[in-house]
Design a binder for this molecule. Structure first.
Ligand code: GLN
Length: 195
């Protein structure tokens, strides 16, 4: 399993996957990307990651990997990178369209910067997920092939915060920050099925 390791919560995802017995490879080059059967895009800062993706010549290889159906899981900034459209970002930021969603960066910022909540999630019958949000995006539009796995209600409007389309999954929150491994487990199942 690869973790995009240009910036952000790389180590936390590596530890979360190690809990599940999975070896990880830090991915910074096209050659490393070629070696993995799934890729985690961690939380961090999507505009900084965009700049680094260009410097490391990773933009086209990642577009090709998305087109080839490489399973990808993005948390927070990673969700922004996987989206097809991003609001409130820099004009030169990149995104890969692995999931047909429009996300708004730092969307909760106007309400509350960071918070934790017990989040009921589709396909997770063992109770709500302890979800940590840190300057998180939310989803403002979902395409017809997008499955919403979880949403939070903000001022009477349900905002999706966990979505899946095919082999791509994204969460606004940071499962790598806590000890609940169910989202990493879900991604491992997707990677296993895609093999
Ligand atoms: N606000 C950040 C961004 O725009 C994401 C925050 C995070 O990943 N915790 O990339």
């Amino acid at each position: 399993m690869g973790i995009l390791a240009l910036q952000g919560a790389v180590r936390e995802h590596a530890l979360a996957l190690a809990d599940l017995g999975v070896e990880t490879l830090e991915v910074r080059t096209p050659a490393q990307l070629d070696r993995v059967d799934g890729l985690v895009l961690p939380g961090g800062e999507s505009t900084a990651m965009s700049r680094l993706l260009k410097i490391f010549a990773m933009v086209e290889p990642l577009r090709e990997a998305v087109a080839a159906g490489l399973p990808m899981y993005g948390s927070c900034a990673g969700m922004i990178l996987l989206a097809s459209e991003v609001l409130d970002t820099r004009a030169d930021a990149v995104n890969f369209g692995a999931i047909d969603i429009t996300v708004r960066r730092n969307a909760f910022g106007r309400q509350i910067d960071s918070f934790e909540t017990a989040l009921p999630c589709v396909g997770m019958p063992d109770g709500p997920f302890p979800a940590v949000f840190i300057r998180a995006p939310w989803v403002e539009r979902c395409g017809p092939d997008v499955e919403v796995l979880a949403a939070v209600e903000i001022e009477g409007v349900l905002r999706p915060v966990a979505v899946r389309q095919g082999t791509a999954v994204a969460t606004s929150f940071h499962p790598e920050m806590g000890h609940d491994r169910r989202f990493h487990q879900l991604f491992l199942e997707i990677v296993g099925a895609a093999r």
